[in-house]
Design a protein around this ligand. Structure first.
Ligand code: B12
Length: 295
């Protein structure tokens, strides 16, 4: 008797099944091709898969805490209380859901990589911010993005109606004339470098609906899945140079006050309990949870 091979899954099947699993948990999925990610990162961070391999980046919206984490916690409280406290219970809850989602596709080869996973070289296995950007989920603002954009209040170069440097064809077509090309503009802008050139400024992703009130939890890579997906640029919701500098300063210098999260108006924020959870030292989070839920 000949064996019948399973019908290959389509991108549509996979997307629908993942959506149906993750959305009720406050988790959102965004597909991308591995090649898009590998084009952005340096060799040390590249993923060892064909460029056309389909992957999904998964982000948590503010409601994930109540929709996915608290129910997981209530189910597993005894186990969590007695467990080695080196692992954050939130990471465990998300691992549980990633593995459950993986089991929806028993015939697929799927690599799940979570945000906290580290290579033997001590580098992160996946740069989730880059993945979120190239998948169109959230714009990743890096130091170089704040240095490159000029706006009306920035300097003479930015003194045009579009809020962008006037260069090339746009200048020739009309508007305020400025005889500098873009390279010259970058070099001569007196305010082009807001930080010391060697200062390490960490980048941050901002989501158009949740601002900074979200996290990027990991990726699922479907090794044998191919499909036609259109690349979508992330929404540039922190568009002016001034606001990007403000964002990066808040994220790097005052991240504990959480004000970077409100750099744009948002539709939803973390609950008080969630804020308290993240403000608690990781080593004390187990106790916070067991105290809150065992009574
Ligand atoms: C290590 C780490 C830290 C370290 C170092 C920070 C850092 N960014 O390096 C420390 C402990 C300091 C830290 C602290 C915090 N972290 Co942290 N951290 C990470 C972690 C695990 C890895 C980051 C990393 O090592 N990057 C390596 C460097 C080299 O990457 P990179 O600078 O982005 O460079 C790449 C890009 O530039 C790319 N690239 C090049 N050109 C281009 C062009 C484009 C267009 C694009 C898109 C990319 C791209 O190529 C480069 C690599 O070759 C990530 C999770 C993850 N797995 O990604 C969370 C993460 C960055 N942290 C996060 C947060 C929230 C924090 C904290 C606020 C604490 C907290 N957890 O609440 C603080 C605040 C930061 C601060 N002010 O100190 C969030 C940020 C969320 C967001 N909205 O962006 C992340 C993404 C975790 C998550 N799950 O959401 N963190």
């Amino acid at each position: 008797m000949s064996r019948v091979s399973p019908i290959p899954l389509t991108l549509g099947d996979v997307t629908n099944a993942l959506e149906a699993y993750f959305r009720p948990l406050g988790l959102e999925i965004y597909p991308f091709k591995v090649g898009w990610y590998n084009e952005a990162v340096s060799t040390a961070f590249m993923l060892p898969f064909n460029d056309n391999t389909i992957a999904f980046v998964i982000i948590s919206s503010p409601s994930m805490f109540e929709r996915a984490f608290i129910p997981y916690l209530k189910e597993n409280l005894v186990e969590i209380a007695g467990r080695n406290k080196s692992r954050d219970p939130l990471d465990s809850a998300l691992s549980y859901h990633f593995q459950s989602a993986k089991r929806l596709f028993p015939s697929e080869d799927i690599d799940v990589i979570q945000d906290f996973e580290i290579l033997p070289s001590k580098r992160p296995k996946i740069l989730v911010q880059t993945a979120a950007h190239i998948a169109g989920a959230s714009f990743y603002y890096q130091k170089k993005d704040a240095e490159k954009v000029h706006d009306e209040e920035c300097c003479e170069i930015g003194n045009n109606s579009s809020g962008r440097p006037e260069t090339g064809a746009a200048m020739e077509g009309g508007g305020k004339k400025n005889n500098m090309d873009s390279n010259q503009a970058e070099k001569t802008c007196s305010c082009a470098v807001p930080w010391e050139s060697k200062e390490r400024i960490f980048g941050v992703c901002i989501h158009p609906k949740y601002g900074g009130w979200f996290a990027i939890r990991g990726v699922m890579i479907f090794q044998n899945l191919r499909g036609d997906i259109q690349r979508r640029d992330p929404i540039d919701c922190v568009a002016s140079r001034r606001s990007r500098i403000e964002l990066l300063n808040r994220f790097n210098r005052n991240w504990r006050d959480g004000s970077y999260r409100d750099i744009i108006p948002v539709i939803e924020r973390y609950s008080e309990l969630q804020i308290k959870y993240f403000n608690t030292e990781p080593k004390d989070r187990h106790t916070l949870l067991t105290d809150t839920y065992s009574t």
